[in-house]
Design a protein around this ligand. Structure first.
Ligand code: GLY
Length: 353
């Protein structure tokens, strides 16, 4: 039997849900097909909203990221009002400390005295750093719950445990999706399939593994960190519930699962070098995930080789950050063939040989 819907979105992460919610808000009828939301990069992320700390060079990608960061407070507020749940958005700013005499300067640079005053407890090796007050964070796992609840509240159909194994097409038209739960047909299809996108279409999206860990700050001390620390090869993200998320490795090992001793050891030594007090805090959890990387580290958004299939894949290190702008832009693209931001720079064909 073939299931028929208006719009099918494939994927169980923030991008899929952000698009589904925006389409629904604009009056469309949407079904989400997801294999296993727990595997999405959304669950593995740290939730940094960090276009500046990530040092994205001036480009359409930076514009997209800055735009999405500016949408975040209102986007989260709307979702929280709808669901009564918190997504843990925190406009805490991000501090990027540097070791040694670096010759760094610029609008955001602060010297040794100022950085140690801003963040007591940093390593004595820290000689200065960059302060990005507009960068922020959201609790990505809480956000995933809020998005799921919002989708349910708006009556979006979510079908879990559905593995799409083939995008069937006749010439430039997708005819149906073949899945482990039969065939699914729609007027329009949207792929938000993260690191697994290449299984379905020849788009250059590949997994870049990140290992992470968290520690728990003791309840008897004041929360020691009041902003994200973004060091060299390490970031430390304090949550308001005293959990501190530490990430992340960046490994080209395909979909090899699991935490490794060298991966965790690297995170622990880099994190405790930057902020030695972490040595006192018990490890709470270790985990890993797969970032959806592309060759130019920017997503693939909008048109696909098929007239009735839209792409929203390859968000690499910035999927949580880019969720609001991707949701709006893709919904507008699907419904009106326009978008709030230019999508030309993110067209799939830029990778065509
Ligand atoms: N956005 C941080 C990371 O991908 O590790």
């Amino acid at each position: 039997m073939t299931e028929k819907r208006d719009i099918l979105i494939v994927g169980g992460g923030v991008i899929s849900f952000a698009i589904a919610l925006e389409l629904t808000r604009q009056g469309a009828s949407v079904t989400i097909l997801c294999r296993d939301a727990a595997q999405a990069a959304t669950q593995a992320a740290a939730g940094m909203l960090a276009p500046q700390a990530e040092m994205i060079p001036p480009s359409p990608m930076l514009e997209l990221c800055l735009h999405s960061r500016s949408l975040y407070p209102a986007w989260v507020h709307q979702l929280e009002a709808l669901t009564g749940l918190s997504a843990g958005y925190w406009a805490c700013g991000i501090l990027a400390p540097k070791y040694g005499e670096t010759g760094h300067t610029g609008e955001h640079w602060i010297g040794r005295e100022e950085i140690h005053a801003r963040q007591p407890g940093l390593s004595a090796e820290v000689m200065g750093g960059y302060w990005f007050p507009k960068d922020a964070q959201v609790d990505n796992r809480a956000l995933a719950k809020v998005l799921w609840a919002a989708a349910q509240k708006l009556g979006i159909e979510i079908r879990s445990g559905v593995t799409v194994d083939l995008v069937a097409h006749r010439e430039a038209t997708v005819t149906h999706l073949h899945t482990n739960q039969g065939d699914w047909q729609a007027e329009h299809y949207i792929l938000a399939t993260g690191a697994w996108s290449e299984d379905l279409l020849p788009v250059p999206v590949f997994p870049r593994k990140g290992q992470m860990l968290s520690v728990q700050a003791p309840a008897d001390a004041t929360l020691p960190l009041q902003q994200v620390l973004y060091g060299d090869e390490i970031y430390i993200v304090p949550r308001r519930d005293r959990r501190i998320v530490i990430g992340a490795t960046s490994e080209s090992v395909g979909f090899t699962a699991g935490n490794t001793p060298p991966g965790i050891e690297h995170l622990q030594s880099a994190a405790t070098r930057l902020y030695p007090e972490l040595k006192r805090f018990p490890v709470q959890e270790t985990w890993w995930g797969f970032r959806p990387a592309t060759p130019d580290e920017s997503p693939i958004l909008g048109e696909s080789p098929y007239r009735n299939l839209t792409l929203a894949v390859g968000h690499y290190r910035n999927g949580i950050l880019l969720a609001p702008v991707t949701g709006c832009a893709i919904a507008q693209w699907v419904l009106n063939r326009t978008a709030i931001v230019p999508l030309d720079a993110f067209h799939w064909s830029r990778f065509r040989p």
